[in-house]
Design a protein around this ligand. Structure first.
Ligand code: ARG
Length: 464
């Protein structure tokens, strides 16, 4: 096999089971376009170092161009006995330009520095795609918030009625973690933008090649300071896998709420038909499968992160073949997010919110009790006393099976002399929400200034 990258010291080829274990073309083929690009950059430094004649160089570059085109159109694919993408592409080059020219490309490089570089290149592109999709979701949530500027809902803690909030405030609460995830991806990219190319197997090259030139050629900020670190570390991959898992967790929190909200018991939202599924037996069913799959995928994304960390743990320096296990979990996390994100954008942007239902439930469960206590504090009552008095209001209202606003003036005065009828000003959901006007609070003015900031940040992050 022309694609075999070693063999001289072996009397026989690998056993079938050895080759099967070793093989990675079924997953590392996605690196092929990056491998060809990096090979062209490598050819340029070989020529610069005087190791490739002008004619050999142009033969090699056009051969690599042909190979890249053949990879794209499917005319060149891995053969059964190709061990990995790197070997397969060397075979492809030799098939196109002959062994004399094709066989010169590998000087001064190893699959160890190659694969570490290509993986970084692939990931840097992937995080840019994921960032755009995350920002699409940010915009979908922000548009829903803008479409419901005054809608109220019961805010919850412990999934129990807590205090009324604006729906827009709640929706935007899901935006902030997503924006931080985009920032995390951007931050990851700073560390990923260091090129291992030129590190060779682990010790660098004796051939006068220029790693900085290759790094710049391939869009990296710099080349690695240490050839051992360059070929052996995968913290960049683990960092990306963490952000992908974090995105999964953030999406799952939102997905869980959509699931709850779409139950008849809550009935806050109706899902669009095209973003729901039916049941094979129960004709009435309309299931929130986008949300459930999102919730489910988050487990898989966490698994990919922990699996990768387990692979990396306690590996001695430098390259070990264990590292071939680094790619599948990360490729999978990207593939899963690229399935989930467009669907959840579709789901969110087509949700119908039932404002009346949410408004009806907003004061239920005595969610205005804190407003009574804080109103008393504004009248000069110590909070401890105010909390007790508001609690007693709840007790009386609960016994009579009425809302706090239905307590009589006499009942209020009996609970605390300071509870004059003026307290009724804060005993409405709208009054309560409007009063929470501290920075970051749920008042309408605060929420609209928040949305402006979100839109600015989202636009800024899109320009990456
Ligand atoms: N396919 C390997 C990987 O994905 C790169 C090859 C390194 N092999 C070697 N024998 N040094 O990590």
């Amino acid at each position: 096999n022309q694609g075999a990258l070693w063999g001289g010291r072996f009397a026989s080829g690998p056993a079938a089971a050895m080759a099967a274990l070793s093989k990675s073309t079924h997953f590392d083929w996605v690196l092929a376009p990056y491998d060809v690009r990096a090979s062209q950059a490598h050819a340029r430094v070989l020529k610069k170092a005087g190791l490739l004649s002008d004619t050999d160089f142009s033969t090699m570059i056009s051969g690599l161009e042909q190979l890249a085109a053949d990879v794209v159109n499917g005319d060149f694919v891995p053969a059964d006995d190709d061990e990995d993408v790197h070997g397969a592409l060397e075979r492809g080059l030799i098939e196109r330009v002959g062994a004399d020219v094709g066989g010169r490309l590998r000087a001064g490089r190893s699959r160890n520095d190659q694969v570490a570089t290509l993986f970084r290149m692939w990931l840097r592109d992937a995080v840019r795609r994921i960032s755009v999709q995350l920002l699409d979701l940010v915009d979908a949530l922000s548009e829903q918030a803008a479409a419901h500027p005054t809608a109220v809902m019961p805010g919850k803690t412990h999934l129990q009625a807590a205090q009324p909030v604006l729906l827009a405030h709640h929706l935007l609460a899901h935006v902030h973690p997503l924006l931080r995830d985009v920032e995390r991806l951007r931050d990851f990219d700073k560390r990923a933008a260091v090129s291992p190319y030129g590190a060779g197997a682990l010790a660098g090259s004796s051939l006068g090649l220029d790693p900085e030139a290759i790094a710049a050629d391939l869009g990296f900020d710099s080349s690695s300071d240490n050839s051992i670190d360059a070929t052996s570390s995968r913290d960049f991959a683990a960092e990306a896998a963490f952000v992908f898992a974090m995105i999964g967790v953030d999406l799952s929190r939102m997905a869980e709420e959509v699931i709850i909200w779409s139950t008849p018991e809550f009935a806050y939202v109706t899902l669009a038909d095209e973003w729901s599924t039916g049941s094979s037996i129960m004709p009435q069913k309309k299931n929130p499968d986008v949300s459930e799959l999102t919730r489910g995928k988050s487990g898989r994304l966490i698994g990919n992160l922990t699996g990768l960390l387990a692979t990396l743990k306690a590996q001695p320096l430098a390259y070990n073949r264990d590292l071939q296990e680094d790619k599948e979990p990360v490729f999978d996390s990207v593939a899963q997010l690229e399935l989930v994100l467009p669907a959840i954008v579709g789901l969110v942007s087509t949700l119908t919110f039932h404002e009346d239902r949410m408004a009806e439930l907003a004061p239920a469960g005595f969610t205005l009790a804190t407003d009574v206590a804080e109103w008393l504090v504004r009248q000069g009552v110590p909070f401890r006393v105010a909390h007790e008095a508001a609690g007693e209001c709840v007790r009386v209202a609960e016994r009579r099976n009425v809302g706090l606003d239905e307590l009589t003036d006499e009942e209020l005065a009996q609970i605390d002399v300071n509870l004059t009828p003026d307290v009724r000003d804060v005993l409405t959901v709208e009054g309560s929400i409007a009063s929470r006007d501290s920075r970051g609070g749920t008042s309408g003015a605060r929420v609209s200034e928040q949305r402006v900031r979100i839109n600015e940040l989202s636009a800024e992050l899109r320009s990456w």
